[in-house]
Ligand binder design. Structure first.
Ligand code: PRX
Length: 664
């Protein structure tokens, strides 16, 4: 981190613009009274009843927060509920014939589907019955490996109905990534599909799923959705062979009604694997009562969702944003949530704007990487469409640069829509730092203050609050209902990764426990937090989290590679791009072939999202005298920045060679 004087200067130089929330928005906002901040502070932790009482409980909870064994906090203890009841059944009387999911398929001529709450409820019940028939019991982990097809939320909700936690694996991940996650979660069930379309062409998906299954160390039952119909014939899959067909299963249970299983508030709703600093992905565990309360409340307070809205989040269900803010939060509120299967640039750069116009979308929630791409494509594409149905815009996943923020505010929101820049993580379950759109001034580039009742603070290396303008580390000082409860089967790693840094781990006093998300941040005199990015060895590529260790271990498995270091290089659209610095065994023969093998290995083991943008082959890597690779120097090389002090290196001469090779 830069030294403090530099940081102060930087803060002064960056005098921020700020914008009042538009009056037309404030008038109708779900939450508009600034007193909520003081009220939540005064009533903490009981303030969270405001979220919990938005749900229907089978048994009322007895305690809001049990903090007797930190950091293993429990929320709404004694309560029980079912998530699918909250997302479906309770809306049937009043909103049964309203659309729950507007599904927009990828080929433009696809028959889109408007699925009402009643229809969704029916299919969820039928598939829940089918899951039971193939053996799924309460607490069995069901893995889902599917793109943005309606059967994915159906499967998630069907699992929730019978008390089986799900683990959704992003469809763009490789067979190896699927196998790792199924093995780690002891998951004996998989729901997948034959294939899907990308930019109009059918892609084989079942081939990848089958390759993954071959590496799963236990027996599995697999359900396959036939997404491609005859267009999948070329891939030669016999869907009836060895697998269950989704449509047949559902048809066989037509009209089934499955009584929702009453789950304890602290029972697991789902697992979501995410990258950390070691090669092993972390199985983040979310629960039933706390998680659903958190995403329901934040969808209401931050996304301003109302039942009559047509809310559009352009994320993928394979990531936490899709779980919390396409499925669970919006459906719990009984609104219409959109799912778009395709990419924003096909068949043309105005695809999203055409969808917003056609469906009259009221909110749009997307990532800065997408906004930067829209900017690059040009304002003429949104200008072709009437976007006046939009009331609120949101961003998530990475820091947004003020220029992109202002472009979004102006060209998509027509200066009429507040923009919420929401900071959160897979682990936090839902938003933690953001302005409330009906209350807070917006400052482009800065996420805003912590939500009412959320105690996010920026601290220095010893955990003391930093002064305004100085850079430090983001922490959350008090627990919150949506927080992860542990890492699957690994309480020790949970404590080590998220708490050890700033907590007294021997203490049973919750005040001695501090959550550390591993993000750098600064705070201004109004308490607005600007998140600066990860401070661990985790990259953020297009808003997706990738561990450098995972990529390195794929690369060192390639024949001819002796050692590898992966760092993030600045990238205009993606935020960060994967740059690999690789020591090859036999010096530089066949360099192009080796580079290709390296890129292929990363795609095979993780997926195309982790593909190295640049592979630099070198005779050595810059190392300290104790043999540690100096990644910061490699980052400087990647970004063409001055190297700074290299005197602590064991091999300072190598840096010039690497610089030379990096531009070759
Ligand atoms: O570095 C932060 C960044 O994304 C990380 C979390 O990634 P993931 O668990 O994949 O979840 C992404 C979707 C919630 C954080 O540690 N991040 C997320 N939102 C923001 C952000 N960085 C800056 N500003 C944000 N609004």
């Amino acid at each position: 981190m830069a030294d403090s004087e530099e940081v102060e200067l930087e803060a002064r130089l960056e005098e921020q613009d700020s914008f009042e929330p538009p009056a037309s928005f404030v008038e109708q906002a779900n939450v508009a009274d600034p007193a909520i901040y003081d009220e939540f502070d005064a009533k903490w932790p009981d303030c969270w009843e405001r979220a919990a009482t938005m749900l229907d409980w089978d048994d009322d909870y007895e305690t809001v927060l049990d903090d007797s064994t930190p950091p293993f906090y429990e929320w709404f203890t004694g309560g029980s509920l079912n998530v699918s009841t909250n997302c479906l059944d309770r809306h049937l009387d009043e909103r049964g014939d309203e659309v729950a999911i507007e599904w927009v398929g990828e080929p433009v001529d696809e028959a889109n589907r408007s699925i009402t709450y009643r229809e969704l409820h029916r299919e969820v019940n039928e598939f829940a019955a089918a899951l039971r028939e193939i053996g799924v019991g309460e607490d069995d982990v069901v893995t889902m490996y599917m793109p943005m097809v309606p059967e994915l939320p159906v499967a998630m909700l069907a699992c929730a109905r019978i008390g089986a936690p799900h683990s959704v694996v992003f469809a763009g991940f490789s067979a190896g990534a699927l196998a790792t996650r199924m093995n780690a979660a002891d998951s004996e069930y998989l729901v997948t599909c034959d294939g899907y379309y990308r930019r109009g062409d059918p892609l084989d998906h079942l081939g990848k799923a089958n390759d993954g299954l071959a590496d799963v160390g236990h027996e599995t039952e697999t359900v396959v959705v036939d997404r491609l119909g005859p267009n999948g014939d070329d891939f030669g899959h016999d869907l009836a062979d060895a697998h269950h067909g989704y449509a047949d299963l559902v048809a066989a249970h037509e009209g089934a009604e499955i009584a929702p299983v009453s789950r304890d508030a602290e029972d697991m709703l789902f697992l979501m694997y995410t990258s950390g600093t070691t090669g092993e992905p972390k199985g983040v565990k979310h629960t039933t009562g706390g998680y659903l309360s958190w995403v329901t409340w934040t969808s209401h307070a931050v996304l301003d969702i109302k039942p009559e809205d047509t809310y559009f989040c352009a994320a993928d269900l394979g990531w936490i944003t899709g779980h919390s803010y396409i499925v669970y939060g919006p459906l719990s509120l009984g609104t219409t949530t959109m799912m778009y299967e395709g990419t924003p640039d096909h068949p043309d750069y105005d695809r999203l704007w055409q969808i917003v116009e056609e469906y009259g979308a009221t909110q749009l929630y997307t990532a800065p990487t997408a906004i930067r791409a829209f900017m690059k494509w040009g304002e003429e594409f949104p200008a072709r469409h009437d976007l006046s149905s939009l009331r609120l815009l949101g961003t998530v996943g990475e820091p947004i640069n003020p220029r992109a923020w202002k472009w979004y505010y102006t060209h998509i929101g027509d200066e009429e829509c507040p923009v919420v820049d929401t900071w959160w993580q897979t682990e936090t379950g839902g938003m933690v730092v953001t302005t409330l759109p009906g209350i807070g001034r917006m400052k482009p580039g800065s996420a805003g203050p912590p939500l009412p009742g959320a105690d996010a603070q920026v601290v220095d290396t010893v955990g003391e609050s930093v002064e305004a303008g100085r850079a430090g580390y983001l922490t959350v000082q008090k627990p919150w209902p949506g927080m992860l409860r542990t890492l699957y089967d690994n309480d020790e790693r949970f404590v080590e990764e998220y708490w050890a840094e700033y907590s007294d781990t021997d203490s049973s006093d919750p005040d001695d426990w501090v959550y550390s998300p591993e993000d750098g941040a600064k705070v201004d005199t109004d308490g607005y937090i600007t998140v600066l990015g990860r401070v661990d060895d985790v990259l953020n590529v297009s808003g997706h989290r990738l561990g450098t260790m995972e990529i390195e271990s794929a690369i060192v498995g390639v024949d001819g590679v002796a050692e590898a270091a992966v760092v993030g290089g600045d990238h205009e659209l993606k935020g960060e791009a994967v740059h690999a610095y690789v020591i090859s065994e036999d010096d530089q023969n066949e360099t192009e072939a080796l580079r290709r093998r390296i890129v292929q290995a990363v795609e095979d083991e993780i997926g195309p999202i982790a593909r190295p943008e640049r592979v630099v082959l070198t005779g050595d890597l810059p190392k300290t005298r104790s043999g540690k690779i100096m990644r910061r120097l490699l980052e400087n090389v990647s970004d063409g920045e001055p190297l700074g002090d290299t005197s602590t290196l064991r091999n300072p001469e190598i840096v010039e060679e690497i610089q030379r090779r990096a531009v070759e």
